[in-house]
Design a protein around this ligand. Structure first.
Ligand code: NAP
Length: 256
């Protein structure tokens, strides 16, 4: 059974990692996908891969901090595919890191713009289009970091990711009567360039440390997180809204 048959989706952060895996999975499950990120070449490659699998994708490169991008993505979904049913607003970045006194206001703002303000901008343009189809869903990629776990040196990122959960709760209530479900997806450590363990210059022992934080004693593959995003986007989650869905390999409950 194709779980997104006939649906039209936007996936942000689709050039890499979780977003790329989700775009491929959504297309395999029958969705027509509009994909975005800044890396135009990676997006074109993704769109080709989806086309080779007989899926349908449209790519538009841009920065999620740019309001005009969000308007253009929705316009593209409507013009090319006829509307919008679901959005996986997944783009994000660790951003400015360091001890609090060392952080600049520019770094703070940039990190919040990428991880949180981008979500506001996405919803602002996506909601009317989804409402015009009689309902649908929005999913935002948050993190266990900032919700069930604190780590030193990532205050702007943690604040942004925690802020998404507040946004999701407010929008779930605001939009429920219009048939729009709104959820946060909270991955645990995932094997992408954004993981602490894969950052340039990370100490070799960091990977073992990150794996050990999880009850499953490993980090996720992006495809495993994409499955959770698919669930939230699909009718299988028809009564799930306002949720913060942990797909964190037990990182939130592990104590050794
Ligand atoms: P990733 O492979 O680095 O992917 C991040 C994606 O976001 C890329 O496609 C990147 O594309 C895009 N992006 C970043 N800043 C952007 C900007 N300003 N404008 C447009 N696109 C932007 O990392 P990932 O792990 O898949 O990250 C996906 C989401 O999961 C993020 O929100 C991240 O915070 C969250 N997350 C990750 C982990 C983990 O351990 N990996 C854990 C919890 C949550 P371009 O660079 O091409 O623009």
């Amino acid at each position: 059974m194709s779980r997104l048959e006939g649906k039209i989706a936007i996936v942000t952060g689709a050039s890499s990692g979780i977003g790329r895996a989700a775009a491929l999975l959504f297309a395999r499950e029958g969705a027509k996908v509009v994909v975005t990120a800044r890396n135009e070449n990676a997006l074109a490659e993704l769109a080709d891969e989806i086309a080779r699998e007989d899926g349908e994708a449209a790519a538009l490169a841009g920065d999620v901090r740019d309001e005009a991008l969000h308007e253009a993505l929705v316009e593209l979904a409507v013009r090319r595919f006829g509307g919008l049913d679901t959005a996986f607003n997944n783009a994000g970045a660790l951003g400015a890191m360091g001890e609090i006194s060392s952080l600049t206001i520019e770094g703070w703002r940039e990190t919040l713009d990428t991880n949180l303000t981008s979500a506001f901008l996405a919803a602002k343009y996506q909601v009317p289009a989804i409402a015009a189809r009689g309902g649908g869903s929005l999913t935002f990629t948050s993190s266990f970091v900032g919700h069930t776990a604190g780590f030193a040196g990532v205050a702007p990122y943690a604040a942004g990711k925690a802020g998404l959960i507040g946004l999701v709760q407010a929008l779930a209530v605001e939009l429920g009567a219009r048939g729009i479900r709104v959820n946060a997806l909270l991955p645990g450590g995932t094997d992408t360039p954004a993981n602490f363990a894969n950052l340039p210059g990370a100490a070799p022992e960091t990977r073992g440390f990150v794996e050990g934080l999880h009850a499953l004693k490993r980090i996720a593959q992006p495809e495993e997180i994409a499955e959770a995003a698919l669930y939230l986007a699909s009718d299988g989650a028809s009564f799930v809204t306002g949720a913060a869905l942990l797909a964190d390999g037990g990182a939130s409950v592990a104590r050794g």
